[in-house]
Every structure is written in structure tokens, then in C-alpha cells.
Design a protein. Sequence first.
Length: 457
Amino acid sequence: MHDLDTTLVAVATPPGRGGVGCLRLSGRRAYEIASRLFRPSSDGGGPTPGGRPSFGRFLDRRGESLDHGYLLLFAAGSAYSGESTAELWPHGSPVVLAELVEAAVVAGAIPAGPGEFTYRALRHGRIELTAAEAVRDLVNARTLYQARLAFSQAEGAVAREVRPLCEALEEWIARAEAAVEFVEESETHLPSGALRPAIAEAKQACAALLDGFRMGRVVRRGATLVLAGRPNAGKSSIFNRLLARNRAIVTEVEGTTRDTLEEELEIGGIPVRLVDTAGLRQVQDPLESEGVRRAEQARAEADLLLLVLDGSRPMAEEERTALKRALGEAERARTVVVMNKCDLEPLEGWERPDPAVLKVSALTGEGMSRLREALQERLVGTGPLEDPIITDARHAGALGRALEALEKAAAALQSGLTEEIILEDLRAARKELGEISGEFSGEDLYDRIFSTFCIGK
């Protein structure tokens, strides 16, 4: 990250053409540099910090008129970054925006790196670290549910849950320290038996936050759903049904799908990467054999597997093997099994091998609503969809380590060890919780986090 005394410049709108673009300047020279790139129109004065936008002309690095639009100045106390900020709003032409960046650099600005404006907001106390990370997730959101959840976190949802836990630990650490320091008055500062329920309550709070991470992780990063089954079982037809459009080629010829085919859809607010694969069977053709190999790899890496059986023909040996594996203890939680072609006359002797196998028809759409419900249940559970608090693996890791420290403190207390030993574990738990908010974080962590942001935010 650049020194906080420098003035940063970056385009804050996405790449490509648009009706309006935005160039952001932030730092102690932001107003000065912006004034060198802008001439207000004759019928209005120049902008003032915190005032209304001013209309005028934008100038290139040679001082020649380049475009017209608005200049807005933000006072440091109200700016996103917490320092003097100027925004130039020309038309959204990539060449105009690029030239204005060059003109700003000639005037003394430095091109911003990924996330540097948000980093400055953090360093100037405008936001804390979890809110900064939520800004990144909001920018990267692929579904409306992801955006709403990220906005809630940007508004402080994580901090509101973690802060009371930190404050409770701080209180008990202070009591324990006083008991150690003033041994004669230890009962006054730390009554006998008081620490045990306090540690238990802190453990419960950590565990409750971690319990929501399984769903939170899926909500944040999305999931991969792979369709598997024999050739002509109807995988590609179900693929098209789930997408609600004809994306995969469907024919009666076996082996039509020879490579993985991927598209994205939304299930219950979760972005899902849907993968159609080559059919399960023994093949001699090298090209189709490579497709089968890639299908096996995709199935192994999938978060969720949709096994498609063909209800119009006797079950093949490959299907029996795949079904046995799908319904086994290791795979059952991440597998949904469907018997396709239920619109046809039932095959004599065919019976659903398990009550969990869903009957569907990719041709008529029968059973597809229930299939989507089953997929959503596998992704986020069967209960009401409550917003998870913890969605970031970094936060979950810190909570896990805090919980381990609290468990050590509980074990030390149970063993009758002294307050000095228990104190070390309580301090370790508090430090891990402080890592979530950035309270005890160093520049290396900041560099790793903000390098995942886009430039201009």
C-alpha cells in the first residue's frame, strides 16, 4: 500500500463504455489536482467541499478540453476514505477516463492499487476490517441474496456479534489479573466458581458463530453441482431444464457430451456452477475416454452431485455401482439421485431403489420443482433461511482458534491450575477475536486482504 501522505487516483467505474464514468482522487492534494483537470462553466462557480457538484469541462494533460461533466468534492470527515476526496464524472469513455488518469498522474497523483481507497477508510477509522472485507464481497456479489448479506456485514453485522464476546472476555481477564495481583482480595475480584460459567458462555458464543459458517461459506463462494449418469439418461436435458434454456445439445446418439459443459444458475440465492459431464461407461474412443476422465474428475471435486438414472431401461452395472456409492454414508450428504423419464410407461420390474430417489421428467418438467427444492436443502439445509453471520474463512479460522484457547482455559480450570495459566489462554482467545476486526492485525494481513479488491474501491 502507498504511503498515506500520497494522493491516489483510479477509475472507480467498471471497464468498458458507459453513460457516466467516475474518476476518484483521494489524499491531501485531491482538491488541487482535481482543479487542474476541471474548468467550471461560465454560469456557475467552482465546487466546494461538501457542496453540490459543479458542471464544467475536463482537461487533458496538455490543458486542452477533453469532455464535459461534473466535479464533486468531499470533505475529509464525510468522504469514504476519510480524507479529502474529489470525484470527476465525465462520460464513460475508456479513452477519456484513461487520459484523465494520466493527467492526474502528471499533476502529482499516484495510481491506486487494489482496495487502496478502502484501506485508507480503515486506517482513518471510517470502517473496521470486517466491514472492509464485506465491501469487497458486495462488489463481487453474483446474486441478490449475496449482495444483501454483504451489505449487512458492511453495516457491521459481524462486529455486532463479535464485540460483546470480546468485551466479556476483557472483563474476565481484568478480574483474573486483579485476583493475581491482589491475592489477599482475590475473592473480591474473582468470586469462586465465577470463571467456569463465563468460559462456558464464551465457548458457546464462538461455537454458535462457527455453526453458521458451513452455510455462510456456500453463500459467499457459491457451489458446484455436477450431473452424472449413463449416456442418454437425460443429463443434458435436465441441465437445460435447470437453466430454463437449451444450452446443452440433446440427441439420441450416445456419447454426444464428450467434455464438461458449464453454466451458472441461482438456487435459493446461492450461485451454482452447473456442470454437465460425459456419460458413465467403458469406451474405446480416445476422445470420449478423455471426456469420461474429466467427468470423473469433476464429480470428485463437486460440492453437490446429481446422479441421473434412466427409468426407461434396466439398470446397468455402472448405474448400480454409482447408486450404491451415492447412497453410501460418505456420499449421501452431497448427492441427489433422480430417476428420469417418469413420463414413460414404467419399465416392468423397475422399482425405485430408495425412497430418496426423486422421479422427474426432463421432457415434461414433472418433478423439476421438487428437484430444485432438494438441491436447495442440500446447499443450505431444511430450516428457515437465516442470514449466516460468518461467511469468510479468515473469520472462521480466528473463531476456531479462539474456541481452542477457551477449551484449554476450561481444561486448565478443571485441572485446578492457577489463574496465571488460565489467563494466558483467555488472552490468546481475546487476541484471536481481535484478528477478526483487525485490532491486532499487521500490514502483511492488510496486504493479503486488500490485494483481493478491485482497483478503484
